[in-house]
Design a binder for this molecule. Structure first.
Ligand SMILES: [Mg+2]
Length: 462
């Protein structure tokens, strides 16, 4: 009898169903839209990206610092309607539209957002989908700029401030720029350095043809690669650079690893002479002394010094790291997750480097979106050593994202690997973004319908 009366009364599950997350239908998930916003000061010009879906889930990505948002938007018509959980399939379709350095910005931005969506759809953090983590927290090194004319002592004090915040590795710039005003420190074709210093082109606004010509000339001068500038450092110049490093070590001591970047476009011979001069200061790595494509020069450089030689922030895809690794020209690679091909490709690059006995540091001068993408990727990569953090002086950097991850993200030089779905980001803070919009791109998350049906015959063979 009791059974009959229960059957007669139809249960009402309305309240219960109101609390059920109906987003979790991964097999039916589809990409419906892509939008972007450009900000400045975190610390560079960053393009933040959203990929929308038919189930209300939004994935976050980022276009590499200083790259055009159009690299990402050109991919929109090629991924609309796809299931974002099919990450590798989509990546293999779009990777032909990425180039080296910032030209990879669109492909990588999309790849990040796909991983974020897949993680949210299945309710797991990205690192778990990569095979799990090797570490619970990620070590960060702090890059340090000192603007204007400065000394090794001043740089040492700036680095010391980073160390007081808990950073366990540091990096500084040491370029031939500090020699420009010192007589007898550089040999170069007469007038070249002056031309180089004056080569500044205006961006944005309405430019005349003459202003455009000037800007293009500045572009040309800035793109003369190291072997072709004819710049060599003199013994006096080397004395000054060596003294600078010596003064830095006097301030910070020898316990902490110190790496060096941004030497300027000088010839290989000068790079080798400088490297040999500063070996005794125990340098963690010398970064991008020559263009990464010049593999044979990397071999000569690495064979001439005991300091680990490093490059990689402008290399796109695993196969482009291979010649350097095979040659023995590098001891540390330094990919950027927004140029290397993204979260999965970066792990593959690290794993490949490990086979050659090469460590992986990771370049990062971007927003918390790219930072967290790097955190998930390197948490799952065994030979990872350290992640760059370039926003120590940007007080609103953390505020770009809304997340359950405790802030600040970086505590005493480390980031905890988040156990939240996807990247671990719930939303972006539009109030903060609005305050820091790039002046050339005043729109925020504006419709991008014009890119919906952009089409070309993309096949790479006949
Ligand atoms: Mg660098």
């Amino acid at each position: 009898m009791a059974r009959t009366s229960r059957a007669a009364k139809k249960p009402d599950y309305t309240d219960t169903l109101a609390n059920v997350n109906t987003n979790s239908r991964p097999s039916e998930l589809r990409i419906t839209d892509m939008r972007v916003v450009d900000i400045v000061g975190a610390p560079m010009h960053c393009g933040l990206l959203k990929i929308y879906t038919n189930q209300g889930l939004i994935g976050y990505g980022e276009v590499r610092d200083g790259a055009s948002r159009n690299f990402a938007l050109a991919l929109k018509s090629r991924i609309l309607g796809e299931n974002p959980c099919e990450i590798d399939k989509i990546f293999r379709r779009i990777k032909q539209f990425g180039g080296q350095a910032r030209q990879a910005g669109g492909v990588c931005a999309v790849e990040l957002a796909l991983w974020d969506l897949a993680g949210k759809a299945y309710g797991v953090p990205i690192y778990q989908m990569l095979g799990g983590k090797f570490r619970d927290k990620v070590r960060c090194y702090c890059d340090t700029d000192v603007h204007g004319r400065h000394t090794g002592k001043e740089m040492g004090k700036a680095l010391q401030e980073r160390m007081k915040k808990g950073f366990t590795m540091v990096k500084m710039d040491l370029g031939i720029g500090i020699l420009f005003q010192e007589e007898g420190t550089l040999s170069a074709p007469l007038g070249f350095i002056e031309d180089f210093g004056k080569a500044r082109g205006r961006r944005g606004g309405k430019l005349t043809l003459e202003e455009r010509y000037t800007r293009n000339r500045a572009y040309d001068i800035n793109n003369i690669a190291h072997p072709f500038t004819g710049i060599q450092v003199t013994e006096k110049g080397l004395d000054i650079l060596e003294q600078y490093v010596s003064d830095v070590r006097d301030v910070i001591g020898y316990d902490i690893p110190l790496s060096i970047d941004h030497f300027g476009h000088l010839g290989l011979g000068s790079c080798i002479r400088l490297a040999q001069r500063i070996e005794k200061y125990n340098i963690a790595w010398l970064e991008d002394m020559v263009p990464w494509q010049m593999t044979d020069m990397y071999v000569q450089l690495q064979q001439a010094t005991t300091i680990p030689i490093c490059t990689g922030e402008d290399i796109y895809l695993k196969e482009n790291f291979l010649p350097l690794l095979e040659s023995g020209g590098v001891s540390v690679i330094h990919p950027d997750i927004l140029s290397s091909g993204g979260i999965y490709e970066n792990k593959k690059i690290g794993d490949m480097a490990q086979d050659y006995g090469v460590a992986m540091a990771v370049h990062m001068a971007e927003s918390p979106i790219a930072c967290l993408a790097a955190v998930h990727s390197v948490a799952a990569t065994e030979n990872f050593m350290v992640l760059e953090f370039h926003s120590n002086d940007c007080p609103w950097w953390d505020d770009i994202i809304i997340s359950k991850i405790p802030k600040p993200l970086i505590k005493k030089g480390f980031i905890d690997v988040p156990d939240l779905p996807g990247l671990g980001i719930e939303d972006l803070n539009d109030d903060v973004i609005k305050e820091h919009l790039h002046p050339d791109y005043p729109d925020m998350w504006a419709p991008t319908d014009a890119w919906d049906d952009d089409f070309s015959h993309d096949r790479l063979w006949s």
